[in-house]
Unconditional design. Sequence first.
Length: 245
Amino acid sequence: MTFRFPRVVGHRGASADAPENTLAAFRLAALQGAGAIELDAKLSRDGVPVVIHDATLERTTNGYGAVAAQDFVALDRLDAGTWFDHRFAREKLPTLRAVLELCAEVGLELNIEIKPCPGRAVETAQRVVEDVRRFWPGARPPPILSCFQAEGLEAARRIAPELPRGFLVDDLDGDWRSTARQLDCVALHVGHRALGERAIATVRAAGLQVLAWTVNDPARARALLEWGASAIITDRPAAIHAALA
Ligand code: G3P
Ligand code: MG
């Protein structure tokens, strides 16, 4: 079956207007017209999938040190919103489960970026897949799993071949074609500066859809879609959605 994904994807939610990777940012993305969100999933020390970009807590929470050094009970006490604005002081570091349930509630589709803490790619993929199987309604289009590390996608393919996969790359300099083929990916998620009309045609000719990140300029988003990109991953879903209306 052909993979289809919404054109406007909130990068870590509506992360220009709310603290990234929080339920507030994901809800706002839906309100701003995103059809899907992207998030970053990693594991607490005791193996609970949580949603945070960095390997360490300092930038986006009031905690300290490595995410992988804390059990979930400690991560669950953190404030993940005040760093952005005191209005978001109640935002916590979400579990993947909470975001899966929110997506079902508000009708968002989902791109889960497997963003493992060092050395935990396989385990992270396993736990993410377990949560998707338990908490994502079977009737909805399944989340697409993406990862910069082939190891994470290989584990996902082995455990859950039915979930679509996208290989994440900064640019097109490496051997993306054979990696994506080996991992049986449906899409290549490419840093948008590497993309132009010919580059998009090249990726599509390899049988892969193009998801472009992170695009915050509406004119650029329009051009990428006209050239054949399938989706725009953006911090500013409102602006991109308005430009495409
Ligand atoms: O998934 C696209 C993008 O999120 C990859 O980079 O660093 O924002 O997770 P990063
Ligand atoms: Mg990401």
